[in-house]
Design a protein around this ligand. Structure first.
Ligand code: HEM
Length: 484
């Protein structure tokens, strides 16, 4: 393996205590922005009611803001002022045409620094671009084709383990499955082995910090969520560090994404250091795990509400691949109805629903001046529900993804994976995983929602059903008999 190439430079340390530090930082940024000019108008005073609504019903609040103020408006939640930008033009501006006005690290993604370090979600500029260039081959089509097999195997085994005829929490089931796929696809680890179990445990402990209420996040000292987060990160460094060193010292780096990152170099021969590889794979695990879980879960939820679509997808699967798992080729082109249903799910429930940034230049959008320093966010969730862009925006209608209809949408209208140079690097991996799992479920089962269930959505860190998703399973007359 290459060991003598140059390592890419580092973005440098940054204070990373998300609680009080984040409050102080946002106040400082807002002050400096105000000195440059007036912030975009909107709901700019402090309001406890609004702060609570943002936690309870962020979608409703953002849509109300759009109806009242238009595609750009200010909103204060607790101490924090942000300019919200919604709609196709706003998305295109933030993600593509005006992207140089923004950084990610000093937006809300900065809160993830302690857990994730300097991965793609928390870095900008040359450092980010060099890392991304080195990582791209790991997400090349051939690599995804190789991963498809393991996704199909894991999905079939997980579907086999379901109680035929009982009720399951589909959210927890899919979450465990996504973690198994990540352990194998990202790290090449046996998901039933002790190493993977320790890694999953440390990662889940780290994530828990971000689910805590803000007042708990600001505590420091032994036993606090902050101390537990630091401990989880130290455990992740130890566990993943050992695996990285083992791979560096062995003859072959491995066929998984970690192996690919260890072997890759950019065109100038630069490679990633062990620490950089660690931060990047942790970021991939974070960005890829709950997003796929959420997409499968909401797809199943919507299919139980439109059973005619469930039947259509089953018929499509029966005719394309019968009882065997779909091949990589079939998953990427021969199941158009399944793809439409997944695309529509991602429109209604884009898991990464908000894209936080920090403006680094003064700019103008929609006739409003935005001074450098302001926290800015686009929201795919709210943009995908705008009645002036999508007819019947709250309805699950996969039909709208027929190519002839889709061609009429303005650019920037549909952005579940972001867009532009920083579009989701794991899009193909995640998309394939969702197809593979949905196919395995639908081939084997008819799915019904537990009577009386009411969907409530939690939005942090990604969209998910707050109380899981209880699904009644009825084995279909025909089903997969073997995974080969
Ligand atoms: C259905 C599944 C997924 C969805 C909906 C999704 C969505 C997104 C979105 C919206 C962004 C851009 C965020 C922004 O503009 O602020 C993003 C970025 C990213 N995603 Fe995904 N993602 C998915 C799966 C994955 C998977 C499976 C991986 C890794 C294996 C992954 C890794 C990443 C990374 C590393 C970035 C940052 C890219 C960069 O800044 O260069 N995602 N994702």
């Amino acid at each position: 393996m290459t060991t003598h190439a140059t390592r890419i430079g580092t973005p440098g340390p940054r204070p990373d205590f998300p609680g009080p530090w984040a409050v102080a930082e946002s106040i400082r940024y807002e002050r400096s922005a105000r000195r440059r000019g007036r912030l975009p108008a909107g709901w700019t005073n402090y309001s406890t009611r609004r702060t609570l609504r943002m936690r309870r019903d962020p979608l409703g609040l953002l849509l109300d803001g759009y109806a009242r103020f238009g595609p750009i408006f200010g909103i204060r939640v607790m101490h924090d002022y942000s300019a919200i930008m919604l709609g196709p033009e706003a998305n295109h501006f933030v993600l593509v045409s005006g992207r140089d006005n923004f950084v990610w690290r000093h937006g809300r993604f900065g809160d993830l620094l302690t857990l994730l370090g300097d991965g793609l979600l928390t870095t900008d500029g040359d450092y980010h671009d060099a890392g991304r260039a080195i990582m791209l081959p790991a997400f090349h089509r051939d690599r995804i084709v190789a991963a498809t097999e393991l996704m199909g195997e894991e999905a079939s085994a997980a579907v086999d383990s379901l109680p035929g005829g009982g009720t399951v929490d589909l959210f927890s089931w899919q979450r465990a499955l996504a973690m198994r796929i990540a352990m194998r696809g990202l790290f090449g680890l046996d998901p039933d082995g002790a190493h993977a179990a320790d890694l999953v445990d440390a990662f889940e402990r780290g994530l828990r910090f971000h689910e805590r209420e803000f007042p708990l996040q600001v505590l420091i000292g032994p036993g606090t969520p902050w101390a537990k987060l630091k401990r989880a990160r130290a455990d992740l460094e130890r566990l993943l560090g050992a695996e990285i060193r083992r791979r560096r010292n062995s003859e072959t780096a491995g066929e998984d994404i970690l192996g690919s990152l260890l072997q890759s170099a950019d065109q100038d021969g630069r490679i990633l250091s062990d620490r950089q590889v660690l931060d990047h794979v942790l970021t991939l695990l974070f960005a890829g795990h709950d997003t796929t879980t959420s997409t499968v879960t909401f797809l199943v939820y919507e299919l139980t509400r439109r059973p005619e679509w469930q039947r259509l997808l089953q018929a499509e699967l029966d005719s394309v691949c019968g009882e065997r798992p779909p091949s990589a080729e079939e998953l990427s082109g021969s199941l158009p109805l399944l793809t439409q249903a997944i695309d529509e799910t991602l429109r209604l429930y884009p898991p990464a629903w908000i894209g936080p940034r920090r403006a680094v230049c003064d700019f103008e959008f929609g006739g409003r001046f935005v001074p450098a320093g302001v926290s800015v966010a686009y929201s795919s969730w709210a943009s995908h529900r705008l009645p002036d862009v999508f007819e019947a925006p709250d309805a699950f209608r996969p039909e709208r993804f027929e190519p002839s209809e889709r061609a009429n949408w303005p650019r920037g209208a549909y952005v579940p994976f972001g867009q532009g140079p920083r579009v989701c690097i794991g899009k193909r991996f995640g998309y394939t995983e969702v197809h593979a799992v949905a196919a395995a479920l639908l081939q084997r089962y008819d799915l019904e929602l537990e009577p009386g269930y009411q969907m409530q959505i939690r939005q942090m860190p990604t969209l998910s059903p707050k109380h899981g998703l209880p699904i009644r399973l009825r084995r279909r007359g025909r089903g997969l008999q073997a995974t080969a």
